[in-house]
Design a protein around this ligand. Structure first.
Ligand code: NAD
Length: 301
C-alpha cells in the first residue's frame, strides 16, 4: 500500500452550493474520489479536476460510490433526490449508504430511513454546524442520527469534513440536535442586535463593545463571526435569512408536535419574517440588525 489516501473510497456528492462546494473539495483533499452533481450543472463543472468528477445525473453520481452525500436546501429537495424517478432509491450507491447533511424535518428523515431500509439501503441524517468557514476549514460539527453500524461506515467521510463528529441517536436525532442548535443561533443573533442597538443609541463604539463582550460571559460564536458585519452594515450572504426562516419553521413544527412552547423562537421568527419582507431573504443572518436599524430610526443607506 503506497498511500492510505488511495484506498479511501468513492463519494457521490449532491448539492454543490455554499456548503456542499467546500465539503466536496475537502473530501477530495482527504483523498476520496468524488463525483459531484447539482441541478445547476455549472456548479458541478466548476469543481471538476483534482479527484473530482462532474456527474451528469444523480445515478451517475451514485455509480460505484461507497456513499452518496446530499447537501440540499430543504426537505422537499432531499425527498426529490431520494424518491424521484431517477433518484437514489432507484439508483442506490454501491455501498448502499446515503448520508443527508442538509437541515431538514426529522419526521421526513425517519420516513426516508424506513423506506431506504426496506430497499436494503442505510440512511443517516448528519446535519452540520460551523457555517461556510467551518465547511472550508473541514472543521464542521457533525451531529448524526441513524444505525450505529451505518454511522461507523460514514465516519471516515465525516472526518474529511469536520472535527466534532458525534452519533447522537436513532434516525432523526441528528436533525433534532441541529434544530436545538438553530434556535440558539437565532435567539443569540437577536440578543446581539439588541445589545448593539442599545450601545449605539448611547454613543458607545460598537467594535470596542464587541471586543469587550467577547472577553466575558456574553461571548458567542455569532458575536465573534457576525458582529463585525452587523456593525459595518455588511449583509453579504453566508448563512441566508431564508435558510434560517426554514430552520425556525422546522423548530416550531417539531415544538408543536411535541407540545413544547418556545416563545423566544416565536418572537425572533417574526423579526426574521420582517427582514425577509424588507428584501433581506438572500442576505446573511447578520442582516437581522437592519430590523433594529429600522425600529430605532437608524436606517443606513
Ligand atoms: P445552497 O442553497 O447554497 O446550496 C444548495 C445547492 O443544492 C444549490 O447549489 C442548489 O442548486 C442545489 N440543489 C437544489 N435542489 C437540488 C436537486 N434536486 N438536485 C441537485 N441539486 C440541488 O445552500 P447551503 O447554504 O449550501 O445549505 C445547504 C444545507 O445546509 C441547508 O439545509 C442549510 O440549512 C444547511 N446549512 C447551511 C449552512 C450555511 O451557513 N450556509 C450552515 C449549516 C447548515
Amino acid at each position: 500500500m503506497t498511500s492510505e489516501k488511495k484506498s479511501a473510497g468513492t463519494v457521490g456528492f449532491i448539492g454543490i452550493g455554499t456548503m456542499g462546494r467546500e465539503m466536496a473539495l475537502n473530501l477530495a483533499k482527504a483523498g476520496f474520489r468524488v463525483a459531484v452533481h447539482d441541478v445547476r450543472p455549472e456548479a458541478a463543472q466548476a469543481l471538476a479536476g483534482g479527484g473530482i468528477r462532474a456527474a451528469t445525473s444523480i445515478a451517475d453520481a451514485a455509480r460505484g460510490a461507497d456513499v452518496v452525500i446530499t447537501m440540499l436546501p430543504d426537505t422537499p429537495d432531499v425527498e426529490a433526490v431520494v424518491y424521484g424517478e431517477a433518484g437514489l432509491l432507484a439508483n442506490p450507491p454501491e455501498g448502499r449508504l446515503i448520508v443527508d447533511m442538509s437541515t431538514i424535518a426529522p419526521d421526513a428523515v425517519r420516513r426516508m430511513h424506513a423506506d431506504c431500509a426496506k430497499a436494503g439501503v442505510a440512511f443517516i441524517d448528519a446535519p452540520v454546524s460551523g457555517g461556510p468557514v467551518g465547511a472550508k476549514n473541514a472543521a464542521l460539527s457533525i451531529m448524526a442520527g441513524g444505525d450505529a453500524a451505518a454511522f461507523e461506515k460514514a465516519r471516515p467521510f465525516f472526518a474529511g469534513m469536520g472535527t466534532t463528529i458525534t452519533h447522537v441517536g436513532e434516525s432523526g436525532a441528528g436533525q433534532t440536535v441541529k434544530l436545538c442548535n438553530q434556535l440558539i443561533c437565532g435567539i443569540n443573533i437577536q440578543a446581539i442586535c439588541e445589545a448593539l442597538a442599545l450601545g449605539r443609541a448611547n454613543g458607545v463604539d460598537l467594535h470596542q463593545l464587541r471586543k469587550v463582550l467577547l472577553g466575558g460571559s456574553a461571548a458567542s460564536w455569532m458575536l465573534d463571526k457576525l458582529g463585525p458585519q452587523m456593525i459595518d452594515g455588511d449583509a453579504s450572504a453566508g448563512f441566508r435569512i431564508d435558510l434560517m426562516l426554514k430552520d425556525l419553521r422546522l423548530v416550531q413544527q417539531q415544538a408543536q408536535a411535541s407540545n413544547v412552547p418556545l416563545p423566544a423562537t416565536a418572537l425572533v421568527t417574526t423579526q426574521y419574517l420582517d427582514a425577509r419582507a424588507h428584501g433581506e431573504g438572500s442576505n446573511g443572518n447578520q442582516a437581522l440588525f437592519r430590523v433594529y436599524d429600522r425600529m430605532s430610526g437608524q436606517e443606513r443607506g
